[in-house]
Write a protein of this length. Sequence first.
Length: 419
Amino acid sequence: MSKIVFLGIVALLFVAIDYYVFQGIKTVAQDLSDSNKKIINYIYWSITVITLGAFFTYHFLSPEWVGKNVRTFIMVGIFMNYFSKVFMVFFLLIDDLIRLGQWIISSIGSKETKESLPEVTNGISRSEFLAKTGLIVSSVPVVGMTYGIISGAHDYRVRKQTVNLPNLPSSFDGIKIAQISDIHSGSFFNKTAVKGGVEMILNQKPDIIFFTGDLVNNKASEVKDYIDIFGKVTAPLGVYSVLGNHDYGDYVRWESPQAKIKNLENLKASHGIMGWNLLMNENKILDRNGDKLAIIGIENWGAKARFPKHGKMKEACLGTEDVPVKLLLSHDPSHWDAEVRPQYPDIDIMFAGHTHGMQFGIEVGGFQWSPVKYMYDQWAGLYQKGEQYLYVNRGFGYLGFPGRIGMPPEITIMELKKA
Protein backbone atom coordinates (compact mmCIF):
# COMPACT_ATOMS: atom_id res chain seq x y z
CA MET A 1 0.00 0.00 0.00
CA SER A 2 1.45 3.36 -1.03
CA LYS A 3 1.84 6.21 1.42
CA ILE A 4 -0.73 8.34 -0.42
CA VAL A 5 -3.35 5.58 -0.32
CA PHE A 6 -2.71 4.91 3.36
CA LEU A 7 -2.93 8.59 4.30
CA GLY A 8 -6.09 8.90 2.22
CA ILE A 9 -7.70 6.06 4.17
CA VAL A 10 -6.71 7.68 7.46
CA ALA A 11 -8.15 11.01 6.29
CA LEU A 12 -11.44 9.31 5.34
CA LEU A 13 -11.54 7.73 8.80
CA PHE A 14 -11.10 11.18 10.33
CA VAL A 15 -13.98 12.54 8.25
CA ALA A 16 -16.18 9.58 9.21
CA ILE A 17 -15.48 10.22 12.91
CA ASP A 18 -16.22 13.92 12.45
CA TYR A 19 -19.50 13.20 10.67
CA TYR A 20 -20.61 10.74 13.35
CA VAL A 21 -19.71 13.10 16.19
CA PHE A 22 -21.46 15.94 14.38
CA GLN A 23 -24.76 14.05 14.69
CA GLY A 24 -24.32 14.27 18.45
CA ILE A 25 -23.45 17.95 18.23
CA LYS A 26 -26.68 18.56 16.31
CA THR A 27 -28.64 16.74 19.01
CA VAL A 28 -27.11 18.90 21.73
CA ALA A 29 -27.72 22.09 19.71
CA GLN A 30 -31.25 21.23 18.57
CA ASP A 31 -32.88 23.91 20.74
CA LEU A 32 -30.62 26.73 19.54
CA SER A 33 -31.61 29.31 16.96
CA ASP A 34 -30.89 28.68 13.29
CA SER A 35 -28.19 31.38 13.26
CA ASN A 36 -26.36 29.78 16.20
CA LYS A 37 -26.63 26.37 14.58
CA LYS A 38 -24.98 27.77 11.44
CA ILE A 39 -22.14 29.22 13.51
CA ILE A 40 -21.57 25.86 15.22
CA ASN A 41 -21.64 24.08 11.85
CA TYR A 42 -19.12 26.51 10.39
CA ILE A 43 -16.73 26.28 13.36
CA TYR A 44 -16.97 22.48 13.57
CA TRP A 45 -16.25 21.76 9.92
CA SER A 46 -13.62 24.52 9.72
CA ILE A 47 -11.70 22.68 12.46
CA THR A 48 -12.00 19.48 10.42
CA VAL A 49 -10.64 21.18 7.29
CA ILE A 50 -7.76 22.75 9.25
CA THR A 51 -6.96 19.41 10.90
CA LEU A 52 -6.86 17.56 7.58
CA GLY A 53 -4.71 20.30 6.06
CA ALA A 54 -2.29 20.06 8.98
CA PHE A 55 -2.28 16.26 8.67
CA PHE A 56 -1.18 16.34 5.02
CA THR A 57 1.22 19.23 5.69
CA TYR A 58 2.97 17.12 8.33
CA HIS A 59 3.39 14.16 6.00
CA PHE A 60 4.22 15.83 2.69
CA LEU A 61 6.18 18.99 3.48
CA SER A 62 9.85 18.85 4.43
CA PRO A 63 10.51 18.81 8.21
CA GLU A 64 13.07 21.58 7.67
CA TRP A 65 10.40 23.73 5.99
CA VAL A 66 7.70 23.15 8.59
CA GLY A 67 9.93 23.39 11.65
CA LYS A 68 10.38 21.07 14.63
CA ASN A 69 7.98 22.76 17.04
CA VAL A 70 5.29 23.27 14.41
CA ARG A 71 5.42 19.58 13.47
CA THR A 72 5.14 18.58 17.12
CA PHE A 73 2.11 20.75 17.75
CA ILE A 74 0.45 19.60 14.52
CA MET A 75 0.59 15.98 15.64
CA VAL A 76 -0.44 16.84 19.21
CA GLY A 77 -3.38 18.87 17.90
CA ILE A 78 -4.54 16.02 15.66
CA PHE A 79 -4.19 13.52 18.49
CA MET A 80 -6.08 15.71 20.96
CA ASN A 81 -8.86 16.34 18.43
CA TYR A 82 -9.59 12.72 17.61
CA PHE A 83 -8.68 11.18 20.94
CA SER A 84 -11.35 13.32 22.60
CA LYS A 85 -13.88 12.46 19.88
CA VAL A 86 -13.42 8.75 20.58
CA PHE A 87 -15.19 9.34 23.90
CA MET A 88 -18.04 11.10 22.12
CA VAL A 89 -18.28 8.23 19.64
CA PHE A 90 -18.57 5.79 22.55
CA PHE A 91 -21.65 7.50 23.97
CA LEU A 92 -23.25 7.99 20.56
CA LEU A 93 -22.64 4.33 19.80
CA ILE A 94 -24.44 3.35 23.02
CA ASP A 95 -27.44 5.40 21.90
CA ASP A 96 -27.43 3.84 18.43
CA LEU A 97 -27.18 0.32 19.85
CA ILE A 98 -30.12 1.05 22.14
CA ARG A 99 -32.04 2.38 19.15
CA LEU A 100 -31.21 -0.78 17.23
CA GLY A 101 -32.42 -2.91 20.12
CA GLN A 102 -35.65 -0.94 20.33
CA TRP A 103 -36.19 -1.29 16.61
CA ILE A 104 -35.75 -5.05 16.84
CA ILE A 105 -38.14 -5.23 19.81
CA SER A 106 -40.68 -2.99 18.10
CA SER A 107 -40.51 -5.18 15.02
CA ILE A 108 -41.22 -8.43 16.82
CA GLY A 109 -42.68 -7.43 20.19
CA SER A 110 -46.24 -6.94 21.40
CA LYS A 111 -47.98 -3.57 21.70
CA GLU A 112 -47.44 -3.55 25.48
CA THR A 113 -43.69 -4.20 25.00
CA LYS A 114 -43.37 -1.31 22.54
CA GLU A 115 -45.13 1.10 24.90
CA SER A 116 -42.79 0.13 27.76
CA LEU A 117 -39.61 1.19 25.95
CA PRO A 118 -37.98 4.13 27.80
CA GLU A 119 -37.55 7.38 25.87
CA VAL A 120 -36.82 10.03 28.52
CA THR A 121 -33.98 10.41 31.04
CA ASN A 122 -34.20 13.17 33.68
CA GLY A 123 -36.64 15.18 31.61
CA ILE A 124 -34.66 15.03 28.36
CA SER A 125 -34.54 12.44 25.63
CA ARG A 126 -32.09 9.61 26.05
CA SER A 127 -30.30 10.63 22.84
CA GLU A 128 -29.84 14.18 24.10
CA PHE A 129 -28.67 12.94 27.50
CA LEU A 130 -26.05 10.63 26.01
CA ALA A 131 -24.91 13.26 23.49
CA LYS A 132 -24.47 15.87 26.22
CA THR A 133 -22.70 13.40 28.48
CA GLY A 134 -20.38 12.40 25.63
CA LEU A 135 -19.62 16.04 24.88
CA ILE A 136 -18.73 16.75 28.50
CA VAL A 137 -16.58 13.62 28.85
CA SER A 138 -14.78 14.25 25.54
CA SER A 139 -13.85 17.76 26.66
CA VAL A 140 -11.93 16.44 29.70
CA PRO A 141 -8.87 15.08 27.81
CA VAL A 142 -8.69 18.25 25.69
CA VAL A 143 -8.69 20.47 28.78
CA GLY A 144 -6.24 18.20 30.57
CA MET A 145 -3.75 17.98 27.72
CA THR A 146 -3.97 21.70 27.03
CA TYR A 147 -3.20 22.43 30.67
CA GLY A 148 -0.38 19.88 30.55
CA ILE A 149 1.22 21.76 27.67
CA ILE A 150 0.70 25.32 28.87
CA SER A 151 1.49 24.77 32.54
CA GLY A 152 2.67 21.23 33.21
CA ALA A 153 5.57 21.11 30.75
CA HIS A 154 7.72 23.50 32.77
CA ASP A 155 6.16 23.26 36.22
CA TYR A 156 9.49 22.27 37.78
CA ARG A 157 9.33 20.73 41.24
CA VAL A 158 12.14 20.24 43.74
CA ARG A 159 11.88 16.86 45.45
CA LYS A 160 14.07 16.37 48.51
CA GLN A 161 15.35 13.09 49.90
CA THR A 162 17.69 12.13 52.72
CA VAL A 163 19.54 8.81 52.56
CA ASN A 164 21.47 7.45 55.51
CA LEU A 165 24.58 5.42 54.70
CA PRO A 166 26.42 3.66 57.53
CA ASN A 167 29.74 3.65 55.66
CA LEU A 168 29.63 7.29 54.56
CA PRO A 169 32.95 9.02 55.40
CA SER A 170 32.64 11.88 57.86
CA SER A 171 34.01 14.41 55.37
CA PHE A 172 31.02 13.74 53.10
CA ASP A 173 28.39 13.72 55.84
CA GLY A 174 25.63 16.09 54.68
CA ILE A 175 26.75 16.29 51.05
CA LYS A 176 23.92 17.67 48.90
CA ILE A 177 23.44 16.08 45.47
CA ALA A 178 21.24 17.58 42.76
CA GLN A 179 20.02 15.22 40.04
CA ILE A 180 18.35 16.06 36.75
CA SER A 181 17.62 13.67 33.93
CA ASP A 182 16.06 13.40 30.47
CA ILE A 183 16.46 16.99 29.32
CA HIS A 184 15.42 16.15 25.73
CA SER A 185 16.44 19.59 24.49
CA GLY A 186 15.02 18.84 21.04
CA SER A 187 11.50 19.05 22.50
CA PHE A 188 11.76 22.45 24.21
CA PHE A 189 9.59 25.31 23.00
CA ASN A 190 9.90 27.77 25.91
CA LYS A 191 13.48 28.89 26.47
CA THR A 192 12.55 31.32 29.25
CA ALA A 193 10.88 28.56 31.26
CA VAL A 194 13.93 26.31 30.84
CA LYS A 195 16.12 29.10 32.22
CA GLY A 196 13.80 29.26 35.21
CA GLY A 197 14.30 25.56 35.81
CA VAL A 198 18.08 25.96 35.76
CA GLU A 199 17.83 28.82 38.25
CA MET A 200 15.84 26.56 40.57
CA ILE A 201 18.67 24.01 40.46
CA LEU A 202 21.26 26.63 41.33
CA ASN A 203 19.10 28.13 44.09
CA GLN A 204 19.34 24.81 45.95
CA LYS A 205 23.13 25.31 46.18
CA PRO A 206 24.06 21.63 45.70
CA ASP A 207 27.59 20.41 46.35
CA ILE A 208 27.55 18.20 43.27
CA ILE A 209 25.19 17.69 40.32
CA PHE A 210 24.34 14.49 38.41
CA PHE A 211 22.75 14.30 34.96
CA THR A 212 21.52 10.82 34.11
CA GLY A 213 21.13 10.85 30.34
CA ASP A 214 19.06 11.83 27.30
CA LEU A 215 20.37 15.31 26.61
CA VAL A 216 18.70 15.22 23.17
CA ASN A 217 15.96 13.33 21.32
CA ASN A 218 18.08 12.23 18.37
CA LYS A 219 20.68 14.73 17.16
CA ALA A 220 23.48 16.62 18.87
CA SER A 221 22.41 19.81 17.08
CA GLU A 222 19.25 19.92 19.22
CA VAL A 223 21.19 21.12 22.26
CA LYS A 224 22.98 23.92 20.40
CA ASP A 225 20.51 26.64 21.46
CA TYR A 226 20.61 25.50 25.09
CA ILE A 227 24.33 25.09 25.71
CA ASP A 228 24.56 28.58 27.18
CA ILE A 229 21.67 27.80 29.55
CA PHE A 230 22.83 24.41 30.80
CA GLY A 231 26.42 25.64 30.85
CA LYS A 232 25.36 27.62 33.92
CA VAL A 233 24.64 24.36 35.77
CA THR A 234 27.69 24.20 38.02
CA ALA A 235 28.53 22.99 41.52
CA PRO A 236 31.61 23.11 43.81
CA LEU A 237 32.37 19.40 43.35
CA GLY A 238 31.45 19.40 39.67
CA VAL A 239 28.73 18.17 37.33
CA TYR A 240 28.84 14.52 36.25
CA SER A 241 26.82 13.10 33.39
CA VAL A 242 26.13 9.93 31.42
CA LEU A 243 24.42 9.04 28.15
CA GLY A 244 20.85 7.80 27.73
CA ASN A 245 19.33 5.67 24.99
CA HIS A 246 18.26 8.71 22.92
CA ASP A 247 21.76 10.18 22.88
CA TYR A 248 23.10 7.54 20.48
CA GLY A 249 20.94 8.65 17.54
CA ASP A 250 19.35 5.22 17.15
CA TYR A 251 15.87 6.57 16.39
CA VAL A 252 16.61 8.54 13.24
CA ARG A 253 17.93 7.68 9.79
CA TRP A 254 21.47 8.77 8.97
CA GLU A 255 22.93 9.29 5.54
CA SER A 256 25.88 7.11 6.52
CA PRO A 257 27.30 5.20 9.52
CA GLN A 258 30.01 7.85 9.72
CA ALA A 259 27.39 10.58 10.15
CA LYS A 260 25.91 8.76 13.14
CA ILE A 261 29.37 8.33 14.70
CA LYS A 262 30.10 12.01 14.14
CA ASN A 263 26.81 12.96 15.78
CA LEU A 264 27.72 11.02 18.92
CA GLU A 265 31.14 12.66 19.04
CA ASN A 266 29.47 16.08 18.75
CA LEU A 267 27.09 15.20 21.55
CA LYS A 268 29.90 14.12 23.85
CA ALA A 269 31.73 17.35 23.01
CA SER A 270 28.62 19.32 24.07
CA HIS A 271 28.94 17.92 27.59
CA GLY A 272 32.51 19.19 27.69
CA ILE A 273 31.55 22.62 26.36
CA MET A 274 29.00 22.95 29.16
CA GLY A 275 31.67 21.99 31.70
CA TRP A 276 30.08 18.64 32.51
CA ASN A 277 32.22 15.59 33.23
CA LEU A 278 30.84 12.88 30.94
CA LEU A 279 31.56 9.44 32.38
CA MET A 280 31.82 6.77 29.68
CA ASN A 281 32.18 3.54 31.65
CA GLU A 282 34.57 5.21 34.04
CA ASN A 283 34.68 6.75 37.50
CA LYS A 284 35.83 9.75 39.43
CA ILE A 285 36.99 9.43 43.03
CA LEU A 286 36.35 12.50 45.17
CA ASP A 287 38.80 13.13 48.01
CA ARG A 288 38.08 15.25 51.09
CA ASN A 289 40.62 15.23 53.89
CA GLY A 290 41.69 11.76 52.87
CA ASP A 291 38.09 10.46 52.80
CA LYS A 292 36.95 9.05 49.47
CA LEU A 293 33.67 8.80 47.58
CA ALA A 294 33.34 7.24 44.10
CA ILE A 295 31.17 8.57 41.28
CA ILE A 296 30.69 5.81 38.69
CA GLY A 297 29.11 6.50 35.32
CA ILE A 298 28.22 4.01 32.62
CA GLU A 299 26.79 4.22 29.15
CA ASN A 300 23.18 3.21 28.61
CA TRP A 301 22.31 -0.29 29.79
CA GLY A 302 18.66 -1.34 29.48
CA ALA A 303 17.29 -4.70 30.55
CA LYS A 304 14.57 -4.54 27.92
CA ALA A 305 15.65 -5.86 24.51
CA ARG A 306 14.81 -2.72 22.55
CA PHE A 307 17.27 -0.58 24.49
CA PRO A 308 21.06 -0.71 23.97
CA LYS A 309 23.50 -2.28 26.39
CA HIS A 310 26.61 -0.14 25.98
CA GLY A 311 27.38 0.01 29.69
CA LYS A 312 30.38 -1.88 31.04
CA MET A 313 30.18 -2.05 34.81
CA LYS A 314 33.39 -4.01 35.33
CA GLU A 315 35.33 -1.43 33.37
CA ALA A 316 33.59 1.50 35.06
CA CYS A 317 34.30 0.23 38.59
CA LEU A 318 38.05 -0.31 38.14
CA GLY A 319 39.96 1.43 40.92
CA THR A 320 36.96 1.86 43.24
CA GLU A 321 37.38 -1.41 45.10
CA ASP A 322 38.57 0.21 48.35
CA VAL A 323 36.28 3.27 48.25
CA PRO A 324 33.70 3.02 51.06
CA VAL A 325 30.77 4.65 49.19
CA LYS A 326 29.98 4.20 45.52
CA LEU A 327 27.35 6.23 43.66
CA LEU A 328 26.34 4.98 40.22
CA LEU A 329 24.89 7.03 37.36
CA SER A 330 22.98 4.73 35.01
CA HIS A 331 20.18 6.02 32.79
CA ASP A 332 17.79 3.04 32.76
CA PRO A 333 16.34 1.94 36.15
CA SER A 334 15.88 -1.64 34.91
CA HIS A 335 19.67 -1.93 35.17
CA TRP A 336 19.40 -1.97 38.97
CA ASP A 337 17.60 -5.30 39.33
CA ALA A 338 19.11 -6.87 36.21
CA GLU A 339 22.82 -6.34 36.92
CA VAL A 340 23.69 -3.87 39.65
CA ARG A 341 22.07 -5.56 42.66
CA PRO A 342 22.96 -9.17 41.77
CA GLN A 343 26.56 -8.51 40.76
CA TYR A 344 27.59 -5.26 42.47
CA PRO A 345 26.30 -5.25 46.07
CA ASP A 346 28.84 -2.56 46.96
CA ILE A 347 26.99 0.07 44.89
CA ASP A 348 25.29 2.14 47.57
CA ILE A 349 22.99 4.29 45.42
CA MET A 350 22.14 4.19 41.73
CA PHE A 351 20.74 7.34 40.10
CA ALA A 352 18.52 6.83 37.02
CA GLY A 353 15.85 8.46 34.87
CA HIS A 354 14.45 7.25 31.54
CA THR A 355 10.79 6.66 32.46
CA HIS A 356 9.65 10.33 32.70
CA GLY A 357 6.91 8.92 34.94
CA MET A 358 5.34 8.61 31.46
CA GLN A 359 4.63 12.37 31.83
CA PHE A 360 1.21 11.35 33.14
CA GLY A 361 0.10 10.08 36.50
CA ILE A 362 -1.38 10.69 39.91
CA GLU A 363 0.64 11.46 43.02
CA VAL A 364 -1.34 12.25 46.16
CA GLY A 365 0.26 11.87 49.55
CA GLY A 366 2.00 8.50 49.57
CA PHE A 367 -0.01 7.20 46.63
CA GLN A 368 1.50 7.31 43.17
CA TRP A 369 0.32 5.78 39.91
CA SER A 370 1.27 6.01 36.26
CA PRO A 371 0.78 3.63 33.32
CA VAL A 372 4.56 3.26 33.20
CA LYS A 373 4.41 1.15 36.39
CA TYR A 374 3.23 -1.74 34.24
CA MET A 375 6.47 -1.56 32.27
CA TYR A 376 9.00 -0.75 35.01
CA ASP A 377 9.10 -2.00 38.58
CA GLN A 378 10.96 1.15 39.62
CA TRP A 379 9.74 4.24 37.78
CA ALA A 380 9.73 7.30 40.07
CA GLY A 381 11.24 8.19 43.42
CA LEU A 382 13.37 6.34 45.96
CA TYR A 383 13.58 2.55 46.22
CA GLN A 384 15.50 0.38 48.68
CA LYS A 385 16.36 -3.31 48.70
CA GLY A 386 18.65 -4.46 51.45
CA GLU A 387 21.43 -1.92 51.87
CA GLN A 388 21.17 -0.58 48.30
CA TYR A 389 19.17 2.35 47.00
CA LEU A 390 17.84 3.45 43.63
CA TYR A 391 16.50 6.89 42.82
CA VAL A 392 14.52 7.36 39.60
CA ASN A 393 14.19 10.99 38.54
CA ARG A 394 10.94 11.89 36.74
CA GLY A 395 12.81 13.92 34.12
CA PHE A 396 13.47 17.58 33.42
CA GLY A 397 12.06 17.66 29.88
CA TYR A 398 9.51 15.79 27.82
CA LEU A 399 9.31 13.65 24.71
CA GLY A 400 6.48 13.17 22.19
CA PHE A 401 3.66 14.92 24.03
CA PRO A 402 5.02 18.42 24.80
CA GLY A 403 3.63 18.55 28.29
CA ARG A 404 3.03 16.76 31.56
CA ILE A 405 -0.18 15.86 33.37
CA GLY A 406 0.10 15.08 37.08
CA MET A 407 3.78 14.20 36.70
CA PRO A 408 5.69 17.52 36.79
CA PRO A 409 9.34 17.80 35.76
CA GLU A 410 11.71 17.11 38.61
CA ILE A 411 14.81 18.49 40.24
CA THR A 412 16.02 16.00 42.84
CA ILE A 413 17.94 17.14 45.90
CA MET A 414 19.41 14.24 47.87
CA GLU A 415 21.33 14.73 51.08
CA LEU A 416 23.59 11.92 52.24
CA LYS A 417 23.92 11.44 55.98
CA LYS A 418 26.12 9.14 58.00
CA ALA A 419 23.83 6.63 59.71
